[in-house]
Every structure is written in structure tokens, then in C-alpha cells.
Design a protein around this ligand. Structure first.
Ligand code: BGC
Length: 764
């Protein structure tokens, strides 16, 4: 009798979707392979064999915690053989992500695995996708908290909330036995139809970089290694593995790369994941300019560069141009071929040592050697509380005509809830950011984990929580497919709340800004039947709203996470005063965007390529808008957005006054007053227009503060302006330059509402 592990996986075109593993008892001792024996042994006695082999750490000087991470890394490096070094610069393959791929014995069943060096007490690295919560929990019957989308969380403009977000991820990774997070997406929203915008932190490099940096600090505080991705210019999914992105260096440094620079500066992340696309003719994962010149030299990044999954294209070029680790590893550029290249002198050993030093240094710095993960049962209650708190700060109130909100539980005696499965749950984003729902997909519970390409709803029911807030009211739900029936229910109700959604995922972009599935027509039908209509959006990013003028209320709740329905009910009924503000511009129509169609879609709207497995020709695409991303584009071209960057309403009102600047200190002072009758938190924003010599036809968001105010209360706000955010990038000198001259400083409630203006004189 023997045990055999059968690794089976429901396959999908992309080959990424969650897998199923079943253990079966087999009675054929003859055929079992040594691989499966090893796998079975390690799986049943997880850690036991490993523990027996544990070396005597008292003889290992690098285990002295008093030494710096760099010193400890050098000491280990000095002991390593070339084979051990080669082992650490690549993963062991697709593992659980791909049907039939071998799973290493000690893998924790995450997206990636690097085998450690037992004799030197260097642990394995178990990496898990964890952009908005940990992926593939169902695979091992684990639980993972679904947080609001990262874009949603960026709407809080709250660095503490971002830190909390990272802490939840780090805490649960640790409890599940992982020691590295691969999340931390900071690609700015250059393309509002990008399928992954929900995993990123918005269009502004200062906001996105700050929020992502704080998020990573939250992860690291749990002794889990952190990662920032996808470096760089992977700003759309269409053609992501074939597009050669062109953007001039000045604009690149002042937009996309600035977000990375800020996030890296704040958090000293363990890893940076290079992206699938090409930049200026070279793959991002073998791009000397991006990796060596900018990331390692200019940003002084001390961690290691790991490739996106199968984004490594060469051995010698990639190694020399800055890639430190190939993932997931089975394309085999950094295994035997790298060893050969070292032996033949094509890649100096010093370069491989640099790779190892970076990896080891990050392991010691994050504490995964001294404080390895301890398996625990993930605390779902704490996760829910944290997710709900973040969601309450994330929800953005976009319209509130006739003060339709907050609802009073007695006033509305009949409420029609329409659409988006609001009876059972809230939507989540797909791809490698997909989290498995407890109990399975709320709209289609089935055996196993989430299926790639299929929208997953989490069991957080708006119907249930709205009913609980208003027990006397008659609250009824109807799906949105039958518009006439939905309109009929709306007509017979005192209020209609229409839920609309846009499901987004890695692997494809939205073709237009319109809501899919004729949902605009649904809203129009409902509002025609009952003008007392509120629309709640669950979208991955910005969408157009042709009905915005007709409805009374609009709430953007993004993908709100497992506490989404509670958070929404608290906002609707005024238990929580909304404070979120948009981290992205909402355009009225595609015609107002820099590119009316997504680059790579052909004239007929056909996708030239939407995932890596399609055989498509590489194509160049030049982002002619340069650094004018989002509100900067709308400012420069003098276009009126539907809802501007930085915009969001509250149930109270605020007034701004008394702006002054201190030239020597480069500080800005102003006063914000709560002029309404409720306590609230205002996100006060500071923008700056550079002197004429900068030749910029837009302003920049350079500072902000969340200001909590009781009714009638005033607070003075003082913000220090970071010289980096005021500087231009001089490509000749390859340096940031703070120009002498007059800077127009503006303060207010959004990018389009800056009532206060002053001049800052800069003498560098
Ligand atoms: C994604 C990464 C992800 C990796 C591993 C890739 O397709 O682009 O973000 O971390 O897969 O799942």
C-alpha cells in the first residue's frame, strides 16, 4: 500500500485559475514515483523532516541579530556554493497555478516558491499573490479576508488605513505559513479601462506612491516580505506581453516611475516585480535603464528584482541588465544556463553574488529568518472589522441631490433594491488578485476555489444589512435583467437603489467606459419610473454615467470587500459620514481621454491580444500624453470631467480660508471649517502649478490631510511640501531639479475646487 498525491486542476485558457488537489489512497506500491513519495512525506509531516535536519545555529555568525541585515547577508554569501546560489535565483515552477506542474515538497501552495538552503538555516521563500487579500485560500481550505479593492482603499487618502490594509495581508499570510506577499501594484491609472486598475492606487503618483508605500510597511510590520509591481509601464492588459511602450524619459520619471520611487522610498520593499511588456525596445525584465540605472542606482533600491511569471526572456542579458530572480522558474533562464554563463565568464560571479546579497538582505531585514511564520487559524472576525473600517473610508459619495441621503429608517417605507445580486453579495475583482469567497461564490456556490474568468461575489448582502437598518420598511430585491419588472418595483416603492457593476480582471481591459450588460438602460428605466433613485456602483475603475443628471444619488463603492454591505448600509443610513475622495478622474466619454480606444484594440474594437497565450505580433505604442495622466490631461486640454480627481461629498459641508505659505520652510497653512451640522472628515488637498520655465500645462497634487471636524469646528492645517513633488526631471543631468521661481499654490476640496491661492517663492 502506498499514498499517492494526485494533482489535478480544472484548466482554463489562461492556465492560471485555481486548482483542485485531491489526495487518494492507492494500492499499487510498484508504480509510485520518487517525486510523489517526497511530496507526500513532506506534505503529511509538514516541516517534520525539515526540522530534523535543522543545523546548529550557534555556529552561524549570521544568526547574530545584533549585526545589520547587510552584514548578515554577506556572511551567508561567503559560505555558499555556486549551485546553492543558482538555486536561489529562480523559483521551482508554476506549481499550483498550472495543471500538472510539479509541486515542490515544501511549497505552501502559493504562486511561487524558492527553495532555501537548509545547511545554512536560510528558509524557503513561499510567495502568495495577495493584492486585495490572499489568493487561492480554498486550495487548502484556508480562510482569507477580502479587503476593498486597492483603488477603493486609495479613495480614503488615509496612510493609516493603507498600513492597516497591509497589516491584514501580512497577518493572514503569516498565519497561513507564507513569508512573502506579491501584491503592491502601483501602476498609475494611465488607461482608465485597464483591467487591473482595481489592484492599483489611482492616477496620481504622489497619492499612489504614498498609499502603496504605507501598505507595504503594514505587510513588513508582520515580518512578511513585501513586493511592489509591475515595473514598469504595464498600464493596460491589452497586449501586455507584446506591447513595446514608448514614453519619453522626462515624462516617465515624472509620472509612472515617480509612483514607484515614492513607494520604494517609503517602504524599502523586499522585492520589485518587473513586468511583461517591453519599454523602449527592451523587455522590462532585461531593461538596463529601468532596472540598473533607475531602480538600483537612482532609487537606491536594496531588495531584489523578480520577474513577473514567465516574463524572463534571456539569461545573460537579463542577468547583466538587472534581473535578480526568475519566476516562476521553469522557463529555465536562471537555472543551468546561468550557471554555464558564470562558468564561461559571460556573467561575472559578482553579479550572481549581488543577486543573492539582495535576496538574503531582504530576508533578514523583513525578519523572516528570525521570526518565521507561525501557523494559526486566520481570525475572520478581526479581518471583517478591518475590512469594514477600510471600506467605510473608501466609499465615495458622488451625488446627493435634495439631500436624498442619509436615509431615515422610518421615512422610506418601501425600498426597491435592484441589480448586481445585491440580495446575496458584493462583487470582487478577478485574475491573480482574486480571493476565494467563504462558502464559495455567493451567486454560484460550487466545489473548489474561484475559477479564472468568472466573477465572484462575496457573501456580504446589501439586502440583509439595509433591512437591518430599516426594520419597518418594506425592502424588496429584484434582479436587473428584466428592466420592465425592475421599473415596476421601483414605481411602487418610495425609493429605488440600483446596484450596477463592472467586473474587471487581469488579462483583459474594458473596451469602453460604459457599464457592461446594458446597465445604463436599466438605470434609465428605473429612474423614469421613480425619480427618487440612488445608484450604487461596484466598479473596478472609472465608468461613464450618462444618467448622472437624472438620478438623485450616486455612490461609488468599488469592490468593497467582505465588510462591504455593512459599510454601505452605515453610509446610506448616516451611521458613517462619507469621507472618501476619488483617486481617479471619471471622464464623461472616451472621446475626452488621451486615447479614445485602448491601445492595441483594432479599429473594430477587436482585441489584438488579451493574454500571453495568444500568438500576436508585438506592437509599439507611444503614450503621447506624456506625464499628463488623469486630471493633468483634463487640465491641460481644458476638458470637463464627469467627476474630477479628488472629488467626494459628505453629509456635512466645509469651508476653506486663510491660505499662507512660508517660502523658507516650504510649508502651506490654511484653515478648514465644518460649516454643517454633523461631524465629518474632510480630505483637504494642495496643488501646485510650477513656474513657467517648467513648461507644464497642468497642476500637481503635492500634499493632503484628512481633517476630522466636529460641527462648527475649525482647524489650522500645516503641510510641508516635499521638494521632490515640486521638481522637474532633467534628463541631461539625470537628476531632479527644483526650479527657481514662483509656484502657484492652490488648496481646496478637489482638483477642480481650489478656492485658496497663494504664491510660493522658491530659491533653491
Ligand atoms: C501577474 C502577477 C502575479 C503572477 C503570479 C502574473 O500573471 O501579472 O501580478 O503575481 O501572475 O500569479
Amino acid at each position: 500500500m502506498s499514498w499517492q498525491l494526485q494533482v489535478s486542476k480544472a484548466s482554463a485558457a489562461s492556465g492560471f485559475e485555481g486548482a483542485l488537489m485531491s489526495l487518494s489512497k492507492q494500492f499499487d506500491g510498484l508504480k509510485i514515483s520518487s517525486f510523489f513519495v517526497a511530496l507526500a512525506l513532506a506534505s503529511f509531516g509538514h516541516g517534520a523532516a525539515h526540522a530534523e535536519a535543522k543545523p546548529d545555529i550557534s555556529k552561524m555568525p549570521w544568526m547574530n541579530k545584533a549585526l545589520s541585515s547587510d552584514e548578515r547577508a554577506s556572511l551567508v554569501l561567503g559560505q555558499m556554493t555556486l549551485d546553492e546560489k543558482i538555486q536561489m535565483v529562480h523559483g521551482t515552477g508554476w506549481g499550483v497555478l498550472r495543471k500538472g506542474a510539479p509541486i515542490p515538497a515544501r511549497s505552501n501552495f502559493g504562486a511561487g516558491f524558492m527553495a532555501g538552503i537548509d545547511r545554512l538555516n536560510i528558509p524557503d521563500i513561499n510567495l502568495a499573490d495577495s493584492a486585495v487579500g490572499i489568493r487561492m485560500a480554498a486550495y487548502q481550505s484556508r480562510y482569507a479576508t477580502l479587503l476593498p479593492s486597492t483603488l477603493g482603499a486609495a479613495s480614503s487618502w488615509d496612510p493609516d488605513s493603507a498600513f492597516l490594509y497591509g497589516s491584514v495581508i501580512g497577518r493572514e499570510l503569516r498565519a497561513q505559513g507564507f513569508n512573502m506577499s506579491i501584491g503592491g501594484g502601483v501602476n498609475i491609472t494611465r488607461e482608465p479601462r485597464n483591467g487591473r486598475n482595481f489592484e492599483y492606487a489611482g492616477e496620481d503618483p504622489v497619492l499612489a506612491g504614498t498609499m502603496t508605500g504605507q501598505l507595504m510597511n503594514g505587510v513588513k510590520a508582520q515580518h512578511v516580505m513585501s513586493d511592489i509591481k509591475h515595473y514598469a509601464l504595464n498600464d493596460q492588459e491589452t497586449g501586455r506581453t507584446v506591447v513595446n511602450v514608448l514614453l519619453d524619459k522626462k515624462a516617465l520619471r515624472e509620472s509612472d516611475l515617480l509612483a514607484f520611487e515614492i513607494a520604494i522610498g517609503i517602504s524599502d520593499p523586499s522585492g520589485v516585480m518587473c513586468s511583461y511588456n517591453l519599454v523602449a525596445g527592451d523587455w522590462a525584465c532585461e531593461n538596463d535603464y529601468l532596472l540598473n540605472q533607475v531602480l538600483k542606482k537612482d532609487f537606491k533600491f536594496k531588495g531584489w528584482v523578480l520577474s513577473d511569471w514567465s516574463a524572463t526572456h534571456s539569461t545573460v542579458k537579463a542577468a547583466l541588465n538587472g534581473l535578480d530572480q526568475e519566476m516562476p522558474g521553469d522557463d529555465d533562464h536562471f537555472g543551468a544556463p546561468l550557471k554555464k554563463a558564470v562558468e564561461s565568464g559571460q556573467v561575472p560571479l559578482a553579479r550572481v553574488d549581488d543577486m543573492i546579497r539582495r535576496i538574503l538582505r531582504s530576508m533578514f531585514a523583513a525578519g523572516i529568518v528570525d521570526n518565521p511564520p507561525v501557523r494559526t487559524v486566520v481570525d475572520p472576525f478581526r479581518g471583517l472589522e478591518d475590512a469594514q473600517h477600510i471600506a467605510e473610508e473608501s466609499i465615495v459619495l458622488l451625488k446627493n441631490a435634495d439631500a436624498v441621503l442619509p436615509l431615515k429608517s422610518s421615512a422610506s417605507n418601501s425600498i426597491a433594491l435592484i441589480g448586481s445580486h445585491a440580495d446575496v453579495g458584493v462583487l470582487s475583482g478577478g485574475g491573480s488578485a482574486q480571493v476565494d469567497a467563504p462558502g464559495g461564490n455567493a451567486i454560484d456556490p460550487q466545489f473548489g476555489g474561484s475559477v479564472w474568468g468568472k466573477p465572484v461575489y462575496f457573501p456580504s448582502s446589501p439586502l440583509k444589512f439595509i433591512r437591518a437598518k430599516s426594520p419597518q420598511a418594506n425592502v424588496q430585491y429584484i434582479g436587473g435583467e428584466d428592466k420592465a419588472a425592475a421599473a415596476k418595483l421601483a414605481k411602487s416603492s418610495s425609493l429605488a437603489i440600483v446596484f450596477v457593476n463592472q467586473w474587471m480582471s487581469e488579462g483583459h481591459d474594458a473596451r469602453t467606459l460604459s457599464l457592461p450588460d446594458d446597465q445604463d438602460a436599466l438605470v434609465e428605466a428605473v429612474v423614469a419610473a421613480n425619480p427618487n433613485t440612488i445608484v450604487v456602483l461596484e466598479t473596478g475603475g472609472p465608468v461613464s454615467m450618462p444618467w448622472a443628471q437624472h438620478v438623485k444619488g450616486v455612490i461609488e463603492m468599488w469592490y468593497p470587500g467582505i465588510g462591504g454591505a455593512q459599510a454601505l448600509a452605515n453610509i446610506l443610513f448616516g451611521d458613517v459620514n462619507p469621507s472618501g475622495k476619488l483617486p481617479v478622474t471619471f471622464a464623461k466619454t472616451e472621446a475626452d481621454l488621451p486615447h479614445p480606444t485602448v491601445p492595441g484594440l483594432d479599429g473594430a474594437g477587436k482585441v489584438v491580444s488579451d493574454d500571453r497565450h495568444h500568438e500576436v505580433k508585438p506592437f509599439d505604442f507611444k503614450y503621447t500624453e506624456g506625464a499628463r495622466v488623469g486630471y493633468k490631461w483634463f487640465d491641460a486640454t481644458n476638458k470637463q470631467p464627469l467627476f474630477p480627481f479628488g472629488f467626494g461629498l459628505s453629509y456635512t459641508t466645509y469651508a476653506y480660508s486663510s491660505l499662507s505659505v512660508d517660502d523658507a520652510q516650504r510649508t502651506v497653512h490654511f484653515t478648514v471649517r465644518n460649516t454643517g451640522s454633523r461631524e465629518g472628515t474632510e480630505i483637504a488637498q494642495v496643488y501646485v502649478a510650477l513656474p513657467a520655465a517648467a513648461n507644464e500645462d497642468y497642476k500637481r497634487m503635492v500634499a493632503w490631510q484628512r481633517v476630522k471636524l466636529a460641527p462648527g469646528e475649525s482647524k489650522d492645517v500645516t503641510l510641508k511640501l516635499d521638494p521632490l513633488y515640486l521638481s522637474v526631471f532633467d534628463t541631461d543631468k539625470n537628476a531632479w531639479q527644483l526650479l527657481r521661481g514662483d509656484y502657484r499654490v492652490m488648496a481646496g476640496a478637489s482638483s477642480r475646487e481650489t478656492p485658496l491661492q497663494a504664491t510660493l517663492h522658491v530659491q533653491p
